[in-house]
Design a protein. Sequence first.
Length: 396
Amino acid sequence: MPPAMIVLLLSLLLGLQPVTTDLYLPALPVLTAGFGAPMQQAQLTLTALLLAFGVSQLVWGPLSDRFGRRPILLIGLSAYVLAAIGSALAPSMIALIVWRTLQGAAMGAAVMCARAIVRDLYTPVQGARVMSKGLSGLGVIAFLSAPMGGLLTEAFNWRFALLALAVFGAVSLAMIAWRFEETLQLKNPSALQGATLLAIWNSILRHPTFLAFSALSAASYGGLFTFLAASSFVFMNVLGLSKTQYGALMALNSLAYIGGTFLCRHWLPRFGVRRSLKWAGLLSLAGGTLMAGLSLAGVQNAWAIMLPQLLFIVAHGIHQPCGQSGAVGPFPHAAGAASALNGFVMMLAAFAMGSWLGTHMDGTVLPLTLGVWFWSVLIALTAWTLVQKYGEPHAA
């Protein structure tokens, strides 16, 4: 496959995640009110999706090491389209939670395979740069997702916003079926055997480079998820923004993320992975601390949240390509399993935070701002300690 085609396919596969969350966010308060459901159930439509997303990768990863990336992508994307249609037609909040859970499980195949494909084709350092290009494409998709969700919800209703996910999934499925060529050269016939799988997982989970980069990517995603899960309620219900205004702020957030991925590609050849992450950790901590400090000082408006968030999300655009490719880097012959475990760890962080937010959203901005600050501290500590010590990948 030409390099440009690889980046395009990676963008679509990785972009499935922000489409599934961001496009849905402007509709979340509306559908919650429409179903007359409590906020805990509304948060469950996100947290259950992400838990299923994380757990399913533990299954998809070994399957892809055994049978290849292409068949897993075709099965996963087909299931995603069906689950998206089911979500759009859901008659109740409980049914929506069920369909969103299935959608998250199917989404796991696409995102897991994307990380594994990068390791199939590139060395760890090259992989970080290619991953940053794919994540730039993800940023463009995320940039369009929230405004599109707001427009569809305003013009029609929330069901059309969820139906748009089926359209995106179908386009991604068609592109994979048409242009994707298998990247796994040596399939592992014993990848699904219990003893072999446990041995692979044990090797991965004991590897300090995997642990360092997984801790970084999980903390960074935890901070992003805190913002995503709480922002629609905070900006619209607490601060009084319209759906269109909220969508515009989310688009700005995505632009900052794209900028972070470009900055990542500029820094990597100049500073290397570890020094780049050291500086990115400083940006994360500055953004989180400023956001929390302003809210605690009583400065509570949209820009008091968004300006610090832009610092945080620029750093996120550096942490994610380096963290995701770095975690998989030491395992060229078990990239699917390593990618799956890395994704699982990230989603555990998101699920834990979503569960906490579901019981602590109190009609103020503080759960959002203090949550982002908490993760920013963990990011900085990880980037300045574990990554500096163990961030040089060596094959297991």
